[in-house]
Design a binder for this molecule. Structure first.
Ligand code: BTN
Length: 325
């Protein structure tokens, strides 16, 4: 679906100041068929716009969504590809699932799926991800890098840098990154990233990068089991934070770092990642699928793999784990 038609449609209806515009009038203004208008009216409705349709009169805009809207995000978006195809849903089970389907059906590089609420948000290691209504950023990005699948985990680190940078820019807070996918503030979790791969033995077909960022929750908005470990930008900054601005900045920095990575490899990103890293040089426990490793976190390799030195001086390379420190 073309975001540009949707944007033009929204603008035409908004400019009509609450008056009706017929399907034909809208089709003439935008330069598309009446069927296309009807389809895009339905898309606007799914995005939270309230629209009235009256026979022989046409369509009338009653209200626009009071939350993140595609329109607001696209207007301030400083990217070339990331987020240029953008779909907002009021409520979905998981933006990851929608993004997988869209990617299989050919959605272009940089497509972003965002939801006001997720009823079955997914975290790493099959954990649930609590995604309360309108309080956070629940989004998935589709990218199609021409790379072998073993490079995919680096996208989690690149995304983490983009999120940390966006948080800094919008709120002035200085977050940290806990390898591989958590963004923390004073030890509490602000953001989680879930990178899922669809590929073949030697190439990535697409990656779905899911970002869950806690933005305007108060302490009581978190479920009991995560209350002590989670925090939000509002709790930490003391102010309500514009999700639109945060999304625009995540997309801007992600595009910038993704391009840098495709041009120069992971080395420049590694330096940036290290400037945000938490727990490096400290004792940690890494819980992997094959058991626990305790030791000192030495840093990451040029590939983004965590190095841990155990008490016998053995260096372990950790590809995937939950870290405790
Ligand atoms: C984690 O820390 O375990 C990763 C959490 C990732 C959550 C995001 S929210 C948007 C996207 N949709 C999902 O269902 N999960 C990711």
């Amino acid at each position: 679906m073309s975001s540009s038609i949707k944007k033009q449609l929204y603008e035409a209806l908004a400019n009509a100041d609450g008056n009706y515009l017929s399907g034909q009038a809208l089709a003439n203004i935008i330069g598309c068929s009446r069927t296309a208008i009807w389809k895009h009216i339905e898309e606007l409705r799914k995005s939270g716009f309230e629209l009235e349709a009256v026979r022989k009169k046409g369509y009338r805009l009653i209200s626009k969504p009071a939350h993140l809207s595609e329109h607001d995000i696209l207007f301030g978006l400083a990217t070339k590809t990331i987020g240029r195809s953008f779909h907002y849903y009021d409520s979905v089970e998981s933006t990851q699932t929608i993004a997988h389907k869209a990617a299989r059906e050919g959605a272009p590089e940089g497509t972003v799926i965002i939801a006001g609420e997720q009823t079955g948000g997914k975290g790493r290691m099959s954990r649930p991800w609590h995604s309360s209504k309108q309080k956070g950023i629940w989004m998935s990005m589709i990218v199609r890098p021409k790379l072998p699948p073993e490079r995919a985990p680096q996208f989690t680190l690149i995304t983490a840098i983009a999120c940390a940078r966006a948080i800094e820019e919008v709120t002035g807070l200085e977050p940290h990154i806990k390898w591989p996918n958590d963004i923390l503030y004073k030890g509490k979790k602000l953001t989680g990233i879930l990178t899922e791969l669809q590929g073949e033995a030697d190439k990535v077909n697409f990656l779905i990068i899911g970002i869950g960022m806690n933005v305007n929750q108060t302490k009581d908005d978190f479920p009991e089991e995560v209350k002590e470990r989670a925090t939000s930008l509002e709790i930490e900054s003391g102010n309500s934070v514009s999700k639109t601005k945060v999304v625009q900045n995540i997309l801007k920095y992600f595009e910038k770092y993704y391009n840098l990575y495709m041009e120069k490899g992971f080395a420049p990103l590694k330096i940036m990642w290290e400037s945000y890293a938490a727990g490096i040089g400290k004792p940690i426990i890494a819980r992997t699928l094959n058991g626990e490793i305790s030791g000192i976190a030495l840093g990451i390799t040029d590939e983004g793999i965590l190095k841990v030195e155990d008490q016998d001086g053995n260096i372990h390379h950790i590809y995937s784990a939950d870290i405790e420190f």
